[in-house]
Write a protein of this length. Structure first.
Length: 448
């Protein structure tokens, strides 16, 4: 049987499909993979006409799920569909209610080849690790298998996909707003320097000289205790990339770091061997009370001192700030603003966000973040100093929609059990009541 695997991505993010596509092509000699950025059904239909058994894979963040849920449901009525990504992992029951056969809830690489075979009818879903599926009116979750990153390529030469190279997966820090420790799991795994070097050779041959990395904490690469950096390993990583002809970037998007890892020793190595002149790190809030509540594991002064160190070594600090964290009071807002202005006066740039209650996190059912009027007053002053960046205003509306989505269907029960209706959620309830199987309750909620 010829297998045609259509992978649906969005916003030009074709690179997100690279590790999964590479795993499928490695394990399934009878499969071809097609990455598309539009409705996958026409592509799957053409493959079917050419004698392929066509299956569709989606990569779904929560914002994308909100945008294309109808498309996913329509595709699932026509072809076997599975979904991965943060929303599929954090709210798998919502994805499965659309008719999707399986949702990936762990590492995708070990699951993907077996999942494609299951979608094609060649094995049972129960044999596939790291997935959730529906059977007999209830949801089942299969065994968890952790991927060894060295066993899987981070890119795909065949498909011309060369994303930032993932060098670390999993996180032991349990920040309550973040998806990574709850979806990737607490077991931290690293890609070896040798594996990175092999990949970089392919990148350089393809003319992709700028080498960026994916890591929840970029300067934690090969850390022995996950609380302080392994300077020798970071140096070996950067040297290996340069030896292969690449230009490494570490400690900036998408390999931001934490303040306790921003040491003079690391900064000397990164300044000498990396090409970035920015260091991105998370503060999240200038309120010590809120930092403790979200379990950041550090205080404000650690970020101030890490920013000073970065500046001394010639880097501009990029510091993440989140507006509207659950429980934020006016006093917290005032403290946050004081720290924001302090950082900006030092020369740091603030990357601003609005809190979004992401599925799969301890704060998934929290109220959406709101931008306090005091923030709106200070932002123009910071903008005039070129001290802010980000999409905090767009995220405020997106946070409302995500909150309503989780209120609509908050738990993996046999049938949806909506939370108390909110008038502000009427549009979301009306849209999803049919897709998620909520009828009478949603109709009442949509009336406010």
């Amino acid at each position: 049987m010829k297998l045609g695997v259509v992978v649906r991505v969005a916003y030009g993010a074709r690179n997100a499909a690279a590790p999964i596509a590479s795993a499928i092509l490695k394990e399934l000699g009878n499969a071809r993979v097609f990455v598309v950025e539009e409705d996958p059904v026409p592509v799957a239909a053409r493959l079917e006409e050419r004698g392929f058994k066509a299956v569709i894979l989606y990569s779904l963040s929560t914002p994308l799920f909100l945008e294309i849920a109808e498309e996913v449901a329509a595709a699932a009525r026509r072809f076997p569909v599975a979904a991965g990504g943060p929303h599929a992992s954090g709210a798998y029951w919502q994805v499965l209610r659309l008719g999707v056969r399986a949702a990936v809830v762990g590492d995708g690489e070990p699951a993907a080849p077996l999942l494609v075979e299951a979608l094609a009818g060649e094995r049972s879903l129960s044999e596939v690790p790291n997935i959730a599926y529906s059977e007999g009116g209830s949801f089942k979750v299969t065994r968890r298998v952790y991927a060894d990153l060295d066993e899987y390529e981070p890119h795909s030469v065949e498909l011309g996909l060369y994303p930032p190279i993932e060098i670390m997966r999993g996180c032991t820090h349990r920040c309550t707003f973040c998806e990574i420790p709850y979806q990737a799991g607490p077991r931290v795994r690293f890609r070896s320097v040798e594996s990175v070097a092999r990949a970089v050779r392919d990148y350089v041959r393809a003319g992709r000289l700028d080498i960026r990395f994916v890591a929840p904490v970029g300067f934690a690469y090969m850390s022995r205790n996950l609380r302080e950096p392994n300077v020798e390993a970071i140096e070996s990583l950067l040297l290996a990339v340069r030896r292969e002809g690449g230009r490494p970037y570490l400690g900036t998007f998408p390999s931001e770091t934490r303040p306790e890892f921003v040491t003079d020793e690391v900064l000397r190595v990164v300044a000498r061997l990396a090409y970035n002149r920015k260091i991105a790190m998370g503060l999240q809030t200038g309120s010590e009370d809120l930092l403790a509540a979200i379990r950041r594991g550090h205080g404000v002064e650690e970020v101030i001192e890490a920013s000073r160190r970065a500046l001394r070594h010639g880097f501009r600090p990029i510091v993440d700030i989140i507006f509207g964290l659950p429980g934020e009071t006016e006093r917290d807002v005032e403290e946050n603003i004081r720290v924001m202005e302090r950082l900006a006066s030092m020369g740091a740039k603030l990357r601003l966000h609005t809190f979004m209650p992401l599925p799969g996190t301890p704060l998934a059912r929290s109220p959406p973040g709101r931008i306090h009027p005091l923030y709106r007053k200070v932002i123009p002053r910071l903008k005039a100093r070129y001290a802010v960046e980000g999409y905090w205003e767009e995220q405020e509306e997106l946070a409302r929609k995500i909150h309503c989505l989780m209120a609509l269907d908050p738990l993996p029960t046999r049938s949806p059990r909506p939370a108390k209706p909110r008038a502000s959620c009427g549009d979301i309830w009306a849209r999803f009541r049919r897709l998620l199987g909520v009828e009478e309750e949603a109709a009442a909620a949509s009336k406010g």
